[in-house]
Design a binder for this molecule. Structure first.
Ligand code: NDP
Ligand code: 8X3
Length: 252
C-alpha cells in the first residue's frame, strides 16, 4: 500500500524539497502551509514528474481549532499517515533580548512550539490507532546552541528538541518512531523571513561559503524514513562543511 507523508511548511524551502523527494520515492502527500498558490504550484510541479496523490491543506499551524478541525475531517483514506514531518517554522528578528519585539517572539513561540504541538496532538492518535508511524521534527543547531540575537528562536528550537525526546518516550509503547533533524545553515526563504524581507541582509548570511540546500535535508528525511521497521534514527545534526558550530563558519 502506498505510504502517506504529511509535510507542514511545504510551500517553500525544506518542506517543499521534502515533498518532492518523498513523491519521488513513491509516497502520497499531504502538503500544507498558509500560501495556497505555492501549494497549487508545488502540486503541479510534482504531478508533472511523479505519479502520486496529493491532498492540500491551507493551514496556519498556530490556529489551534482549525488544526484539529482540518485533520479530523481528512477523508478516511488520508488519515492513514505514515510519516509526519513537522517542518513549519520561522525565525523573526535578531535583536538582543532587551530590545526584542514581543510580536516577533509570539510568532516564533506560536509557530515553532505550539504549532508543532497542535499538529502532533492531532496526527499522533491516527498513528497510534494503526500502531505505526514516524514523526520527524525539523529542529536546528539553534536547538543545541545559542548565539547572539538568537535568544527566542533558539529557545523555541531547544523546546522542539526537548519535545522530540519527550514524544519518543511517550510514543514508544505505540511503535511510533520519533526523530529530530537539526540542520545548520540552509539557504531557503528562512533568512528573508528572519530579516523581514530584506533580501540583501538575507544574502549576506550565506556569503562566502557553501551552505546546505533544502535538498540536502530532504535527502536526510528520505534516508531516515526508509530505514527498516526495527531501526530508528533518533537525532541527526547536519551542517555545511564550512560550519562547525552555530558561530563558527569559514568564509572566503
Ligand atoms: P522557509 O522560510 O523557506 O520555509 C518555512 C515554511 O514554514 C514555509 O513553507 C512556511 O509556509 C511555513 N510556515 C511558517 N509559518 C507557518 C505557519 N504559521 N503555519 C503554517 N506554515 C508556516 O524556511 P526553511 O525551509 O528553512 O525552514 C523550515 C524549517 O527548518 C523551520 O522549522 C526552520 O526553523 C528550520 N530550520 C531552518 C534552517 C535554515 O538555515 N534555513 C536551519 C535549521 C532549521 P507559509 O509561509 O506558506 O505558511
Ligand atoms: C536555523 C539555523 O543557526 O541560522 O535554524 O539559526 S540558524
Amino acid at each position: 500500500m502506498t505510504k502517506i507523508a504529511f509535510i507542514t511548511g511545504a510551500t517553500a524551502g525544506i518542506g517543499e524539497a521534502c515533498a518532492k523527494k518523498m513523491a519521488k520515492v513513491g509516497y502520497d502527500l499531504i502538503i500544507s502551509g498558509r500560501r495556497e498558490e505555492n501549494l497549487n504550484q508545488l502540486e503541479e510541479e510534482i504531478l508533472k514528474e511523479y505519479q502520486c496523490n496529493i491532498y492540500k491543506l491551507v493551514l496556519d499551524v498556530r490556529q489551534q481549532k482549525e488544526v484539529f478541525e482540518v485533520i479530523n475531517s481528512l477523508p478516511e483514506e488520508w488519515k492513514k499517515i505514515d510519516l509526519l514531518v513537522n517542518n513549519a517554522g520561522l525565525a523573526v528578528g535578531v535583536s538582543a533580548l532587551q530590545d526584542g519585539v514581543i510580536d516577533d517572539w509570539e510568532r516564533m513561540i506560536d509557530t515553532n512550539i505550539k504549532g508543532l504541538l497542535y499538529i502532533t496532538k492531532a496526527v499522533s492518535p491516527l498513528m497510534i490507532e494503526r500502531k505505526q508511524g514516524h514523526i520527524i521534527n525539523i529542529t536546528s543547531i539553534a536547538g543545541k546552541e545559542v548565539y547572539p540575537g538568537g535568544n527566542v528562536y533558539c529557545a523555541t528550537k531547544h523546546a522542539a528538541d526537548a519535545l522530540t525526546k519527550g514524544m519518543r518516550i511517550d510514543m514508544l509503547p505505540h511503535n511510533i518512531k520519533v526523530t529530530s533533524i537539526a540542520p545548520g545553515m540552509v539557504e531557503t526563504e528562512f533568512s528573508i523571513v528572519r530579516f523581514k524581507g530584506d533580501k540583501d541582509k538575507a544574502d549576506q548570511v550565506y556569503n562566502g561559503f557553501t551552505p546546505l540546500y533544502a535538498e540536502d535535508i530532504a535527502d536526510t528525511v528520505e534516508f531516515i524514513a526508509t530505514r527498516p521497521a526495527h531501526v530508528n534514527i533518533n537525532d541527526i545534526l547536519i551542517m555545511p562543511t564550512a560550519q562547525a558550530s552555530a558561530r563558527d563558519v569559514v568564509r572566503n
